[in-house]
Design a protein around this ligand. Sequence first.
Ligand code: NA7
Length: 545
Amino acid sequence: STQGEVQTVDVGVVGAGFAGLYLLHRLRKAGLSAVALDTANDVGGTWYWNRYPGARCDIQTVDYSYTFDPELETAWQWSEKYATQPEILRYLGFVADRYDLRRDIRFGTRVLGAAWDQSKERWLLTTDKGPAVSCRHYVMATGCLSQPKPPEIDGVQDFKGEIYFTSRWPHDGVDLSGKRVAVIGTGSSAIQSIPIIAEQASQLTVFQRTPNFALPAHNGPLPADRAAQLAQDRNALREQARWSLTGVPIPPATEFSWQMTEAERRERFEKLWASGDLVGMLTQLWADQGVDADGNALLADLIREKIHEIVKDPETAEALTPHDHPFGAKRPCLDTNYYQTFNRPNVTLVNLRQEPIASITANGIKTEKRSFDIDVIVFATGFDAMTGAIRAVHPIKGRGGKSLDDSWANGPETYLGLTVAGFPNLFLITGPGSPSVLSNMAVSIEQHVDFVVDRLSAMREGGFTTIEPTDTAQAGWMRHMADCSTVTLHRLANTWYTGANVPGKPQTLMPYTGGVGPYRGICNEIVSRGMLGFKLTGPNGATQC
Ligand code: NA7
């Protein structure tokens, strides 16, 4: 109901992307009233904004899909192994229509701040448009890579040409033909867009700070074997994904690198290189590649060799070759003709490790050694990952007016990456402390949404109105996070996983590295042990577990 300036619902949701849409569907089925607010003018979240040329999924799209409704799964067919952004956005629109979700979404609306009112046991979300929202439960479904990072380069405001961010690409596209284009950054967004921009621009100059590992996607129609497997036993495949390490139904390697001859290792590698499967390369080569620096180096060297084979100019090849981090410790990419693009006569790589950008000027970009005349600058400079979009709602004030900024001054602290001590009835979908960006997001999102909605239903049945993790449980989870992070190699790279890409951001490995299946097992066990680590209160009393 909307009374005066306040809309009153059971659950207030921020975000109408993959997570927000499924959440609305499940909440409605559970008989809970909800509204989702999104700054965008339509559904889609990250797939609404990231419309840069070449934007695609890099998990096979049959796996990057909702699995909650078998009928939905047969009603929608993906056209490619790795779907494009427009196709994924159409899919999310299709889902919104099919379950009639748009009527519960307020588009073009930013949530400005959120405050917990202890006397009412409700959150109040203030907005920049329309009524504020009073809700019992407040769910951030804001995504992990949705808050763009500012350019952080002097002189941007002096530039007279056009400026675009891959993460905010204009909806009617950009005509780059005949233009001198600069791309700043060589992360996934850059690696996907550079080959296409190079075909349109008269001249493309790529400004690279850190080289990244990329594998060929070998995109094409949905592979026949996967289609057949799915048709035969969809449920078993989905269940396998849910209990896997990464949320993708492929078995990890069990043999170690040292159990193979060099020839055997190379053969396995060549097979995976030809298969065009990022998760495959991350998990199926040999068992020690993600956990042991030596096992990893054997793989990284094979990719380095490939880069030198593809890129003709040896100096450019070497500049494109990562030496600073283990493969997989920074998010590797899936590409279509990325390295090949540097063989084009109209493409130049500028190695910022040798000549950092001094400033952006009216006509272009100046490094410490050279000046480049540029018509269009494309910033593919990434995101304030995992915490940026959560903290963009500012302030979030929990019990006793305590702000999330204070609680997270040394980095995000959560219980299960889902809840925060001192912030009753707040849930973070795929928040820091959960597998999130180290997994197939579709699988992790469904698991979190199911957990939240099942818990809210159980609370209603049990007569509880608030839920909050204890300080002890949260400290224990952070300890477990730290323990898990010593096992994998992610801690050995400065990346957006650790907050290193944002100046001044506290550095801590934010995603949970214990794996999707083990994480699911922990969540299930917490439920079966009477909500271990949570405190629930309500008119019927309180329980501290
Ligand atoms: P990423 O992966 O964070 O990439 C951003 C790139 O921009 C990366 O190469 C950065 O270099 C570079 N960068 C950032 N700031 C600067 C400045 N100031 N100067 C020069 N270069 C800079 O973001 P993406 O959008 O490509 O991908 C994000 C994820 O989305 C992707 O992994 C998929 O999971 C989907 P750095 O490495 O920090 O030296």
